[in-house]
Design a protein around this ligand. Structure first.
Ligand code: A2P
Length: 316
């Protein structure tokens, strides 16, 4: 498995199993199929609501196989209700308890957006949010770094951060984020972010690499383009006797970004890790580079408020 390096010598597998939208009933099978297939990296988040099921799946796998917690890379994410510094460690503890572990390999601030701590579900109006003055990103970030110093997480990073917001942390915080997990695929290539991250030694993880077609209807636009059915991707797949998903995954790997395709289907889980065997050539990369249209499947508008408390989440 190809890996990306961290400054302290730790290495993260370039393919991880995505778990956003994975139902609790399906997850045990999915985790076991993934570990059997050679995945050693699982991307989780508190808000996905399935960390306890993932924890149980890992324990039952460890009990019957020669594999331990230390053999697996676990990422999770701090939810928006826990941005106030006093809530950061308790939020991590909930995730650790659910996953049945005493440390995370990587903990990310899920969004540069803070909710009222007692909010259940998703916000319905501006009062459900804390402003960035009430819950500054820098304070949340420093509380996350404290978790690293306390040995509860090995690495700290962010998700859905623009270059502007990354710069803010780089300039003001005691340590920079080691990872930014963002939406990346051929319709949203974000080459500027790749250049910036490389220059600042920040790793990137590509989410929604396959277009996340299993999002809930409220999160989908009726006319959104399909990545898996794109003709260019399909023709490159045919050329390599591979599947469109494998082309999309290998494209992300060739750009040296971690990639976290989600599947709960054992065949597709195996198919996705087999992307490593596909060899894209320069012509393939050229053709795919022409597909860029800065299209977001996860547009972030659901976190914008009419009064401007939050606007232009991605600063673009
Ligand atoms: P399933 O879980 O039934 O396999 P993303 O990783 O971009 O969020 O996309 C996840 C979606 O893509 C899910 O609907 C998932 O369905 C589907 N998917 C995952 N792997 C493949 C594959 N190899 N071919 C086609 N669809 C896939």
């Amino acid at each position: 498995m190809e890996k990306l390096n961290f400054d302290n010598g730790d290495k993260i597998d370039i393919i991880g199993l995505g778990t956003w939208k994975s139902e609790n009933e399906e997850i045990k099978n999915a985790i076991h199929a993934a570990l059997d297939a050679g995945y050693r990296h699982i991307d989780c988040a508190y808000v996905y609501g399935n960390e306890a099921a993932i924890g149980e799946a890992l324990q039952s796998y460890f009990a019957n196989n020669p594999l331990n917690r230390e053999d697996i890379w676990l990422t999770s994410k701090l939810w928006n209700t826990a941005h106030l510094p006093k809530h950061v460690q308790p939020a991590l503890q909930e995730t650790l308890d659910a996953l049945q572990t005493d440390y995370l390999d990587l903990y990310l601030m899920h969004w540069p957006v803070a909710f009222q701590p007692d909010l259940k579900g998703f916000p319905s109006d501006s009062d459900d949010f804390l402003s960035l003055n009430e819950a500054p990103l820098l304070d949340t970030w420093e509380a996350m770094l404290q978790l690293k110093h306390d040995g509860l997480i090995k690495h700290a990073g962010v998700s859905n951060f623009s270059e502007k917001k990354l710069r803010h942390l780089i300039d003001k915080a005691s340590e920079r984020p080691e990872m930014n997990q963002i939406e990346l695929h051929p319709y949203l290539q974000q080459d500027d972010m790749l250049d910036f991250a490389k220059a600042k030694d920040i790793r990137l993880t590509a989410y929604s690499p396959l277009g996340s077609k299993d999002r809930i209807p409220q999160m989908k636009a009726p006319d959104e383009p399909s990545l898996l059915e794109n003709e260019v991707i399909k023709s490159i797949a045919d050329k390599h006797e591979a599947t469109p998903a494998q082309i999309l995954i290998k494209w992300a790997i060739d750009r040296k970004t971690v990639v976290i395709p989600k599947s709960t289907n054992p065949d597709r889980i195996r198919q996705n890790i087999a992307s490593l065997k596909v060899e894209l050539d320069e012509t393939d990369h050229q053709k795919i580079s022409e597909l860029d249209k800065h299209f977001r499947y996860v547009h972030g508008k659901f976190f914008e408020t009419e009064d401007g408390k939050y606007e232009n989440i991605f600063d673009e």
